[in-house]
Ligand binder design. Sequence first.
Ligand code: ADP
Length: 258
Amino acid sequence: MGEFDKAVVKASVAADVTAPVTAPATATAAPLLVLRGVRKSYNLGQRNECEVLHGIDLTLERGAFCAVVGPSGSGKSTLLNIVGLLDRPTQGNLALMGQETTTLDDAGLTRLRGQRIGFVFQYHHLLGAFTALENVLMPMLGDAGFATRAMTEHAAELLDSVGLTPWRDQLADQLSGGQQQRVALARALAMSPALLLADEPTGNLDTVSADAVFALLRHVNKTQGTSVLFVTHNPELAARCDHTIEVVDGHLLPAGAR
Ligand code: ADP
């Protein structure tokens, strides 16, 4: 690891499970993400109610590049859904860049998610009947529903950054798996998110394509300071992240900085 990397790691200590809750002085000084005592139960109040996350404490500094590992069923996706504001904790607090989220209504959560968070999933969820460019444009359209010239240029730049300029007018379902995942990454970056959540984005790819997608995530992290939480079962890729957090039976085990 080079000096630059060490500096980034130092500045972005993740998985700090012991630090006390401190109210951030300003939103700009606040860590990217602070979870305190986050619990999640499914089927609340029913006979099959079960608690899946048992009080997660996590601080993620801005610019962190962090792998999330752990056995199947341990709660990784549940945690990612909560961090991504797709689901709410049953108990506990979650602040994103100094903004407490548990008091927001659904519209507030949706707004914050759209402004701050990008998602890349194992299955890319592209719209196959639309071109690569149109897929990247989608998150930018907003209420107006049409693309301005600036939006189209931005989408084209994003596709270029993932090496897909020659394929930009190709229908998404005519692209290879690796190319589709790169379109998904460009789409996730459309709104310049502060946090990119990647749930096994390389799980369905061959080694070369997986490597290319990982390298792009790394590049975005380094050049734009985008924080990345990256769920993976691949120990080699996890080892290339700055930090690893391990989820076991709904608890977080900090493995520390590498
Ligand atoms: P991982 O991503 O580590 O494989 P998950 O977060 O997907 O784990 O799942 C953790 C546990 O929560 C599993 O036992 C799973 O069956 C359960 N679970 C996940 N989603 C739901 C749901 N919507 N309703 C009920 N149980 C769920």
